[in-house]
Ligand binder design. Structure first.
Ligand code: TTP
Length: 252
């Protein structure tokens, strides 16, 4: 155990936090964040694209039962019972991911490495947890506790979890609904257009209208790149090329 952890340290940079540029991809459920993250990875730049740890939410080992629990499914089946637990778990797994240092080989000539995340500890709070609170699936006591530990952790980790950019993949909720139907993820079969419209509204308030009350001052200053993800960008190479160029300009 000790030797494997020292091994993994040897391939990662113990770098001072402000030499890592952290960027998150935000956008509605099924808008195409993973597809876009794969495009970025194959664009040949030295970016580390870190996928969302959704597999962990679908398989929680309780240690005292033969089968793992699917918390994502439990949350959709009974949101009032499980939303707070789900958001606690998703935020903790995200916090771990955002704290992972990038591999040393990604340092560019200026000694800077870029990490791109699918979502962030901020969308956990300002998109999903807030939405569940407004829907009454997280009660006011749970919401107060969530905000308290979330603020505490983000403040404790400081620069290590701060973002230097946000890429907002923006598409009409109807489009996301079609993509969600096409991918057929078992847990999401009851998701209705109305839910995607609410989540779209949360994204718009945070990233376009900037009317969400943010607790973290630094977050109000993070540059936001808005990309039109309404087109079927998976199919069209020209659309992909335009999007990648916009991202490169954004990073430079
Ligand atoms: P997304 O994070 O939106 O991932 P995705 O696979 O839909 O992204 P894309 O298709 O754009 O690549 O959500 C994954 C699932 O987890 C989805 O059913 C919504 C749910 N979820 C929550 O309920 N709360 C959360 O805080 C997060 C992050 C996800």
């Amino acid at each position: 155990c000790t030797s494997s952890s020292s091994n993994s340290h040897s391939t990662h940079v113990a770098m001072d936090a402000n030499r890592v540029k952290r960027v998150s991809i935000e956008g509605n459920i099924a808008v195409g964040k993973s597809t876009f993250a794969r495009l970025l990875q194959s664009a040949g730049e030295d970016w580390e694209v870190v996928p969302e740890p959704i597999g962990k939410w679908q398989s929680i080992d309780s240690g005292c039962s033969q089968t793992a629990s699917n918390l994502l499914d439990m949350m959709y089946q009974d949101p009032q019972r499980w939303s707070y637990t789900f958001q606690t778990n998703s935020c903790m797994s995200r916090m771990r991911t955002q704290l992972q240092p990038p591999p040393e080989r990604l340092l560019n000539a200026e000694g800077v490495a870029v990490q791109v995340f699918e979502r962030s500890v901020y969308s956990d709070r300002y998109i999903f947890a807030l939405n569940m609170f407004q829907l009454g699936c997280i009660n006011s006591t749970e919401w107060a506790i969530y905000q308290d530990w979330h603020s505490f952790l983000v403040e404790q980790f400081g620069h290590q979890v701060e973002l230097e950019g946000i890429i907002y993949l923006r598409a009409p909720p109807q489009k996301c609904m079609e993509r969600l139907g096409r991918r057929g993820r078992m847990e999401e079969k009851q998701v209705q257009l109305d839910y995607l419209e609410k989540l779209h509204g949360q994204h718009e308030e945070w990233l376009i209208e900037k009317s969400t009350r943010l607790h973290f001052e630094h977050l109000t200053r993070v540059p936001i790149l808005v990309l039109d993800a309404g087109m079927e960008f998976e199919k069209y190479l020209e659309v992909q090329a335009t999007m990648i160029t916009q991202v490169k300009e954004f990073f430079s």
